[in-house]
Design a protein around this ligand. Structure first.
Ligand code: GLY
Ligand code: MN
Ligand code: MN
Length: 500
């Protein structure tokens, strides 16, 4: 179905000299209109009918969104860091999938973090005030205009995509002034004084600012906003707890349908987990990795089109993203049959021991690198003990030889993004000291590729990763994903109980 009962696509490519352009959503193509205010042409009678007869649905006295207090504090931190500068944070635009269909919209992390809002095309502007500080304004697409037919004749009209908040409603919900986003590029073009923009989300806004910004100064803004997310507030921690709880239920769903996955493919697992994510949350926080058998040795196996066979391991790395966009990131490696073989158990238990050592190293005051080093040491010890590596463990670690089979870092920060705070400086992240409120994954693994002739044949095609989401607390840490068992025997009894 396209606009005008299938006669035209969203962008109305056909030309009409009588057309006048009205401004569309920021970053979108303009809504084209005929001079009579309607496009495509409709009869005067229909136009009149469509304009009138609609109830007043304006909502008044709305409570602010639950995170409004926190978003205000985050914006205050930005204001303090960039005094006297105009700060521009776009939410991003829809991305075209094909013709007139788009990918699902997901607001830019920086915008969602500073506003709690997820409106496509929106832009947050922090305007410096003469007396110091900033005034924050959210520029949003208001409700569709009924006078010019926009609400039923344009692909982003409310009769096509659903009711939006009015600007007055958005002001109550977000707790900050809201203006029409169709004015934002003009406002920014005319603005004087220093300005920075978060790049990569809204080409129209960036074009309007092109002669006022520099890549270096904009990068400083992105780095600051990334580091602002390193320590989570109470709202964020509650969201991550929620994400982990939903994720645990999604893993249980998968265990219950392993028989059906065996009869079909890894896709059944992906679809099963997605159902939980979509019903309880917003989406999955990243492409689910549903890797059975030798696919488990591919770190980011997201094709998920292979068979699921009894006797193999299933590496499931998946996370529910909550409706406020916080994601879990959890991995369990499960025997499809419900029982590990002796070799699978040996490898699994080694990874579990490494993860235990890594988690134990997560505490306030510890170096961020400690948990990685602790886990890598345990893995190196096992690889040496199994005869896969020669020499002392110290030498192995010094030369990094274990990495042939451990492959990746042992974890990362977690939050709105699965790899959160990715633009933080090395000294603020990898070289930092852990603080209460940080949330990170601990996810060691061992991966023996199917074509790795340096290991005994029976190892080949086995991949194991165990991943949990760990909150740094004042006392030490709390495992937010502890609802899912990790020890091999507990995994087996958990699976048996779920499968009946
Ligand atoms: N799910 C990707 C990762 O664990 O980092
Ligand atoms: Mn991870
Ligand atoms: Mn993961």
């Amino acid at each position: 179905m396209t606009e005008a009962d299938g006669q035209r696509g969203t962008n109305g490519e056909e030309q009409d000299t009588a057309e006048a352009e009205a401004t569309g959503a920021a970053g979108d193509k303009p809504v084209k209109q005929r001079k009579n205010g309607l496009y495509p042409a409709v009869s005067d009678e229909l136009a009149a009918v469509m304009k009138s007869g609609w109830a007043d649905t304006e909502r008044r006295g709305l409570e602010p969104i639950p995170q409004a207090r926190h978003t205000a504090a985050r914006r205050a931190a930005v204001s303090a860091r960039f005094p006297g500068e105009r700060i521009v944070v776009p939410a991003g635009n829809l991305r075209r999938r094909s013709n007139d269909t788009d990918y699902p919209f997901r607001a830019a992390t920086e915008y969602a973090h500073l506003t709690g809002d997820q409106t496509q095309d929106a832009v947050l502007v922090l305007e410096p005030l003469a007396e110091g500080g900033h005034e924050a304004t959210a520029y949003l697409l208001p409700r569709s205009d009924r006078e010019n037919g926009e609400f039923w004749l344009h692909g982003q009209g409310e009769l096509w995509v659903g009711r939006r908040n009015s600007l007055a409603e958005a002001e109550q919900l977000l707790g900050l002034p809201c203006r029409d986003v169709r004015t934002v590029t003009d406002v920014l073009r005319e603005a004087t004084g220093p300005v920075r923009v978060v790049r990569g989300h809204n080409a129209g806004v960036e074009a309007a600012l092109a002669d006022k910004v520099t890549a270096e100064r904009d990068a400083e803004l992105t780095v600051f906003l990334s580091e602002l997310r390193l320590v989570k507030d109470d709202f964020e921690i509650a969201e991550l707890e929620r994400a982990c709880a939903s994720t645990a239920r999604g893993f249980e769903d998968v265990v219950k349908v392993l028989d059906r996955a065996e009869a079909t493919s890894e896709r059944y697992i992906e679809g099963t987990f997605f159902l939980r994510a979509r019903v309880e949350g917003n989406d999955v926080g990243y492409g689910s990795i549903c890797a059975s058998g030798p696919h488990a040795t591919t770190l980011h196996w997201v094709r998920n089109d292979g068979p699921v066979r009894s006797g193999d391991l299933l590496l499931l790395d998946a996370g529910v993203e909550t409706r406020h966009l916080y994601t879990a990131d959890v991995t369990r490696t499960l025997p499809v049959s419900g029982r590990f073989t002796p070799l699978q158990r040996k490898i699994y238990d080694a990874v579990h021991a490494a993860q235990e050592a890594g988690i134990a190293a997560v505490k306030p005051g510890a170096a961020y690198r400690d948990f990685h080093d602790a886990a890598q040491r345990v893995l190196a010890e096992h690889l040496v003990a199994w005869g896969l590596l020669e020499g002392t463990v110290e030498r192995v670690l010094e030369l990094g030889l274990q990495r042939r089979w451990t492959l990746h870092g042992t974890g990362h920060m977690l939050g709105i993004d699965v790899h959160d705070c990715a633009h933080a400086r090395i000294e603020a992240y990898v070289d930092c000291t852990l603080e209460p409120g940080m949330v990170l994954t601990v996810e060691p693994g061992l991966y023996f590729q199917a074509d790795d002739v340096t290991v005994p044949e029976e190892y080949r095609g086995i991949g194991v990763r165990i991943e949990d989401d760990i909150l740094v607390t004042a006392e030490g840490h709390r495992n937010l994903s502890a609802a899912l068992p990790r020890a091999s025997a507990e995994v087996e009894s958990w699976m048996a109980a779920l499968r009946g």
